[in-house]
Design a protein around this ligand. Structure first.
Ligand SMILES: [Zn+2]
Length: 363
């Protein structure tokens, strides 16, 4: 009899960590950072302490006390687990993988703490975006989604191992929409992100997880590469939508997913519902029309503010800039992200050659 346990994602926005167990197979739907719980204790510069590894996230309830799934190099002391063994959530566990629906950190972030040999199942675009985010980040220990920087303990204090001596360890990503990745996409995946070496783990193609059959469906969301999943358990199909919406340019994908999912006659549907009872969101087309009118009437500099990974919105403003004979100036981090994404999808412009896009340089 399959079972589902919600360690995060119920009655909160994101933070999804949903365990599906069936026979010998155990997997998580997403393993995200719970920002609401995190903000109870931390904000801005006040962060979990990297020198204590798993201790702060476990103590503050940001990670469930599941012994066996986390990185041994993140255990600050040998007496870490006895602290949590009387917790009602404590158990020993091994898992076959994480189905990662998309690269927003509230769905992906706490993969950082998982053992680096646990497979991650995602689309090529999600894997690429996650790597671009980590590559261009500041080496935060809560954001080691694609590759783990090994930690070493001295007198109970954890620190990153010396960069000249120890390579980063890439997580095994099983890419759902292979083939065919471009050679550039593969080269980007295997590229060393910095001075530290990278122990590369190439992409693998997959259609099963453990003993269970797996399907994925592209869906519309405010980040490229988002997918819903269907897993065939011993009692029937279990569907997990991840985050989705219908008001983007690719809203039709959600209709197609819903039709395909209904044909599977699922026994369970796990659906995100952040705005399920809210008012209708503006469509991306309405955003474009409104922004075009506003920008066309503006005489000086226009500043557009939107989510940092919302490339669809960035492309909307690129179109507005083109229509109004302006240039869209983006940050170097955005340029890095766009270039990586272009290796997977030609829909995304190459920031180096696109005539409408310019890259802001801080002089
Ligand atoms: Zn999301």
């Amino acid at each position: 009899m399959p079972s589902l346990t919600f360690y995060g994602g119920a009655n909160e926005i994101g933070g999804n960590k949903i365990l599906l167990e069936d026979g010998d197979t155990r997997l998580f739907f997403d393993f995200g950072t719970s920002f609401a719980r995190r903000y109870r204790y931390f904000e801005e510069y006040l962060k979990p302490r990297p020198i204590t590894g798993l201790l702060d996230p476990l103590e503050m309830g940001l990670l469930p006390p599941l012994r066996g799934i986390y990185r041994p190099d993140m255990e600050p002391t040998s007496d870490l687990w006895p602290r949590f063994s009387s917790s009602p959530l404590y158990r020993e566990l091994s898992i076959d993988g994480v189905l990662l629906s998309h690269a927003h950190l509230d769905h992906s972030g706490y993969i950082s703490f998982l053992r680096d040999d646990i497979p991650i199942y995602a689309t090529a675009m999600t894997a690429t975006i996650a790597k671009a985010i980590q590559d261009s980040g500041k080496g935060d220990f809560e954001k080691e989604v694609c590759y783990a920087i090994p930690k070493e303990e001295t007198d109970g204090i954890l620190q990153a191992a010396h960069w000249q001596k120890v390579s980063a360890r890439q997580r095994p990503f099983h890419v759902l929409d292979l083939p065919p990745p471009t050679s550039q996409a593969l080269a980007f995946w295997e590229a060393t992100p910095g001075a530290r070496g990278l122990q590369v783990c190439p992409w693998e193609e997959v259609c099963r997880i453990g003993s269970l059959h797996l399907k994925h469906f592209p869906v519309d969301h405010s980040i490229f590469g988002a997918a819903a999943f269907a897993v065939e358990t011993s009692s029937g199909w279990v569907i997990y939508t991840g985050d989705l919406r219908r008001h983007g340019w690719k809203g039709h994908l959600v209709e197609e997913f819903a039709t395909a999912a209904s044909h599977l006659k699922p026994v369970a549907l796990i659906c995100e519902g952040t705005n399920i009872a809210g008012s209708r969101a503006a469509s991306e087309e309405e955003v474009y029309t409104g922004a075009l009118k506003a920008v066309a009437g503006a005489k000086a500099l226009v500043i557009a503010d939107f989510g940092p990974r919302n490339v669809e919105r960035l492309l909307t403003f690129r179109q507005v800039a083109e229509q109004t004979n302006r240039r869209l100036v983006i940050s170097a981090r955005d340029a890095y992200l766009l270039r990586a994404m272009r290796y997977v999808s030609q829909e995304v412009p190459d920031p180096a050659s696109d005539e409408v896009i310019a890259i802001y340089e801080n002089a």
